[in-house]
Design a protein around this ligand. Structure first.
Ligand code: HEM
Ligand code: CU
Length: 566
């Protein structure tokens, strides 16, 4: 008996809705796709700002005893840079990608709460504006971790520190509202047949990202509110002179801060798990193991925050517990890496740009993961804490991890969002510049750290090879910057002259490729019945069967259905 794999009309709509035009239609929109685009464009602008701040710092460090910037400006630069990259780029960029693709991948027509979704975006923008407005007065300078007493009113009376607090409040509320919305959407609005066991792995990642945000963000919100009242309303939560405790801040901050790392990286894992099987032309290896590992990493992530506090006065038994639980996270992470490699193994691998960024991610993230295991050994951390070894580690995780996967996502999904392909030539050039740039910038920083150069210093003496090493790092950072620029040029060019993509240019597996590129306002006219983890593969097979093996592109699309085909 022939199995019915054809798209089964589930919900009929009222024809194709017309897309509103003009800038007011963007400001008032509640369409998840437009909100997603606004998220992505805004956060990319912040990425560029954070990148310029990084390059100014690298210029300053390009020569020993350099005087390009003052010590205070340097402090402001690394504070703005770290806070921007985390709160205004990686976390909300993942929310932007999820906004655009969660409804499409699960076969829904929008998010569960479209107006709340718009509010999330506007809160994010408000946070960014409030934070960057501080550059006209006095930017914050206590680092992205804002430890008291550095962040107390005595040390940093300027309003910039308060702007940092509002940044956390506004982007935090934005993230929480977004997370609730993703959770509600995924839990309730999946296409018929998309059971939990058939959820795309990107969706598993966003679900976990959302749960992490819901548990971690309120803690930092409370902490920064306490900091605010310490600064302005006479409380002494973190003030040691009045029986307050700076270590309390560290506990609250890192209870949020370590899960924040997974908030930044798990969606990237999800992106890689979507892209690899498409370009290896093979099903993902170990779907269940990857989904389970995602949840395991998230859970373990809540047990390890004190590995950021190994130099604080903490009982040794706790240090040992934290060290061991940190090691434990390497297990599910290793499971994922093995599964990704197994997916590529003996596949018909097509080295297109999205795959290159995924492969680059695996290599770079592995380096960051391994240096992380070193740092989790607390006697080692006692030596390396606050040195460039830590700067190297965190950038391999965040640039090698989050940035690489975000670029993979840009190259993979740009055709869906705009209807046009990015240039492969420029894409590959961008990848190689970025890959070499990351290695040149950050690999040598392990050595700089082992040689004892502390982080967060604006100058250094030329002891040993420090000058040479820092020059390599600075040159590397500009190569990396150039790589980013090539992608910006690629995007600008393709918006005008890119090859028209069609609905499914990669012959991919998930439902966003079922609809046209860009998708209509209502996403789908018919939502297909889902029968496996790879519904588009089923649909293509069914079409080929019906047309007697003819290529799917010549298939006749069932009446009322959005275009299917390749
Ligand atoms: C684009 C390439 C990047 C370069 C060249 C770069 C460079 C730097 C430099 C020079 C510092 C200051 C080191 C110090 O003095 O202690 C720094 C700190 C930092 N960076 Fe980056 N960075 C880059 C990308 C990123 C990204 C993408 C993220 C996060 C997603 C990030 C997160 C941080 C954080 C959290 C700090 C610590 C800030 C602090 O000490 O308060 N960076 N980076
Ligand atoms: Cu951590």
């Amino acid at each position: 008996m022939a199995t019915q794999l054809a798209p089964v009309p589930q919900v009929t709509t009222h024809g194709v809705q017309r897309e509103a035009r003009g800038w007011t239609s963007w400001i008032t929109t509640t369409d998840h796709k437009r909100i997603g685009i606004m998220y992505m464009v805004t956060t990319f602008v912040f990425f560029c700002l954070g990148g310029v701040e990084a390059l100014i710092m690298r210029l300053q460090l390009g020569a020993p005893n350099n005087t390009l910037v003052t010590p205070q400006t340097y402090n402001q630069l690394f504070t703005m840079h770290g806070s921007t990259m985390i709160f205004l780029f990686v976390v909300p960029m993942m929310a932007g990608l999820a906004n655009y693709f969660v409804p499409l991948m699960i076969g829904a027509r929008d998010m569960a709460f479209p107006r709340l979704n718009a509010l999330s975006y506007w809160l994010l923008l408000a946070g960014g504006i409030v934070f960057y407005a501080s550059i006209f007065w006095n930017p914050p300078e206590a680092g992205w971790t804002s430890y008291p007493p550095l962040s107390s009113i005595n040390f940093t009376p300027a309003g910039g520190q308060d702007a940092w607090i509002y940044l956390i409040h506004l982007t935090g509320i934005s993230s929480i509202l977004g997370a609730v919305n993703f959770y509600a959407t995924i839990a309730n609005m999946r296409a018929r047949g998309m059971s939990w066991g058939r959820l795309p792995l990107f969706i598993w990642a966003i679900l976990t990202y959302s749960v992490l945000i819901i548990f971690a963000m309120p803690v930092i919100a409370a902490a920064v509110t306490m900091l605010l009242t310490d600064r302005h309303f006479g409380t002494h939560f973190f003030d040691p002179a009045n029986n307050g405790s700076p270590v309390l801040w560290q506990n609250l901050f890192w209870f949020f801060g370590h899960p924040e790392v997974y908030i930044m990286i798990l969606p990237g894992f999800g992106i890689v798990s979507e892209i690899l099987p498409v370009f290896a032309r093979k099903p993902i290896f170990g779907y269940k193991a990857i989904a389970a590992a995602t949840v395991a990493i998230a859970f373990l992530g809540f047990l390890t925050w004190a590995h950021h506090m190994f130099t604080a006065p903490i009982p040794e038994a706790v240090l040992v517990f934290v060290m061991l639980s940190s090691f434990l996270i390497a297990v599910p992470t290793g499971v994922k890496i093995l599964n990704w490699i197994a997916t590529l193994w003996r596949g018909t691998v097509e080295f297109k740009t999205p795959l290159l960024f995924c492969a680059g991610f695996i290599g770079l993230f592995l380096i960051g993961g391994i240096s992380g295991v070193f740092l989790a050994v607390f006697p080692v951390d006692w030596q390396l804490n606050e040195t460039y070894f830590v700067v190297a580690h965190l950038h391999f995780v965040l640039v090698g991890g989050s940035v690489m996967t975000i670029f993979a996502a840009i190259y993979y999904w740009f055709p869906k969002i705009t209807g046009r392909m990015l240039s492969e030539g420029l894409g590959k050039l961008s990848f190689w510049l970025m890959f070499v740039g990351v290695l040149a910038t950050f690999l040598i920083q392990h050595v700089i750290g082992l040689d004892g150069m502390p982080r967060r210093v604006y100058e250094y003496d030329n002891i040993g090879n420090l000058e040479l090493y820092n020059q390599i790092s600075t040159v590397g950072s500009f190569i990396l910057g150039l790589g980013v620029l090539v992608t910006i040029v690629n995007v600008a060019r393709s918006l005008k002259v890119g090859v028209v993509a069609g609905p499914d240019p990669w012959k991919a597996n998930t439902l966003e490729w079922f609809t046209s590129s860009p998708p209509p306002v209502n996403n789908f006219d018919t939502v297909p019945q889902v029968r496996s983890v790879e519904p588009m593969k089923d649909i293509r097979r069914e079409i080929e069967r019906r047309t007697g093996g003819a290529p799917a592109s010549s298939a006749i699309v069932p009446a009322g259905a959005t275009q299917v085909g390749v």
